[in-house]
Design a protein. Structure first.
Length: 371
């Protein structure tokens, strides 16, 4: 019997035991569309290779997932428990289901990822009602929460049960630990739990220069969607339960939501690689620094307006639509609001100073030509 890795050369009939992969892209190509565009950090890839080989118990019974719990508790306290999942949407949907009843609702900013970027998954998969609030900077406040935090005894209205905030926000802004503590206190006083979408939590911690626990469990957050992909992982996030008293049926909800990985060790080992040492922080600090460099350069280009405080790894700007379209032919990025010419530029762990400076000069040239 041939080796299971053997391949047959159809032309010659020979058996070739090599597996040949071909590169289909230019590895020097970079853009500013999303930190999801970046590859995986080499240390994360090395960790995946380390976990490969031999057999390990499936569905989270492996030693890597077990060790991840110890790592998570060092960051988030002794009661924390991590439930690895495939992606951020899955993390958010599973987390929110775990703290709502069938008649429950979630209060969130109108820019929140769960509202504008998840294809209705919280509603269609999670069966949730989202109560969204307009904000100036992507951040909720106790006063804004109260616009939707009412009617608990009204059977005609979905019951507000959760406040979901994002750190850093979809607009690249940051909550201070004191602001999150005030939100948690306000929500808990009204019988609601608090969920934090932390797809870019590392960038927030790096920018604030505080441990992640400072604005999560120490501030009163009940559960967290912990990001990995945007910070150098190949794939994988986790729901981190911070307050077990407020959360129920996580194991069952993860499976029901199709987020239970059979070979979970390959998700867990990536999060372990990021969080055991300071890789998560190094990656986030670098991405943030590149965003600051980008913002500083853009401010020298006449006719381009930066819209929000650049506090993490995102830069939002307004410029002529025609200039953006020409620039997109050389650098990938997105319109955030195409009707008014607003764009978003994201930096990642592998963005270089040369990438940023080259982009700024290309922008300057296009603006000069447009004028």
């Amino acid at each position: 019997m041939a080796h299971p890795e053997a391949l047959t050369d159809a032309g010659s009939g020979r058996i070739d035991t090599r597996t040949e992969a071909r590169r289909h892209h230019d590895p020097l190509t970079r853009g500013f569309a999303s930190d999801n565009y970046a590859g995986a950090h080499p240390e994360v890839l090395a960790a995946i290779a380390l976990a490969n080989g031999g057999h390990q118990t499936a569905y989270g019974g492996d030693v890597y997932t077990e060790h991840l719990q110890h790592v998570i508790r060092r960051h988030f306290g002794p009661r924390a428990e991590a439930f690895p999942v495939f992606n951020g949407t899955g993390a958010n949907v599973v987390a929110l289901q775990a703290v709502t009843d069938r008649w429950g609702a979630v209060i969130a900013a109108d820019t929140a990822h769960i509202h504008v970027d998840e294809c209705g998954a919280p509603e269609r998969v999670g069966g949730l009602k989202l109560l969204t609030v307009p904000t100036e900077d992507g951040k909720l406040t106790p006063e804004l929460i109260d616009r939707e935090a009412y009617g608990w005894d009204d059977e005609h209205r979905a019951m507000p049960q959760v406040v979901s905030i994002t750190q850093s926000t979809e607009l690249g802004t940051l909550y201070t630990p004191a602001e999150i503590k005030a939100i948690c206190r306000h929500a808990h006083e009204r019988g609601m739990t608090v969920h934090l979408d932390g797809s870019r939590i590392a960038n927030a911690a790096a920018a604030l220069d505080v441990p992640m626990r400072t604005f999560t469990n120490a501030a009163g957050v009940d559960l967290l969607s912990l990001g990995g992909t945007k910070n150098g992982a190949l794939f994988g996030e986790a729901v981190v339960v911070l307050n077990p008293d407020a959360v129920r049926a996580m194991k069952h909800l993860r499976k029901l939501s199709m987020q239970l990985a059979s070979k979970m060790r390959f998700v867990s080992v990536q999060l372990e690689a990021l969080l055991t040492g300071d890789l998560w922080l190094r990656n986030a600090r670098h991405a943030n620094a590149m965003a600051r460099r980008l913002a500083e350069g853009v401010r020298t280009v006449e006719g381009v307006e930066i819209l929000y405080a650049v506090q993490a790894n995102a830069v939002f700007a307004r410029l002529p639509h025609e200039v953006s379209e020409r620039l997109m032919k050389h650098y990938r990025f997105y319109f955030w609001d195409e009707a008014v010419g607003v764009v978003r530029w994201m930096c990642s762990f592998d963005t270089t100073e040369e990438d940023v400076d080259g982009f700024v000069e290309a922008l300057r040239a296009e603006m000069t030509a447009f004028a």
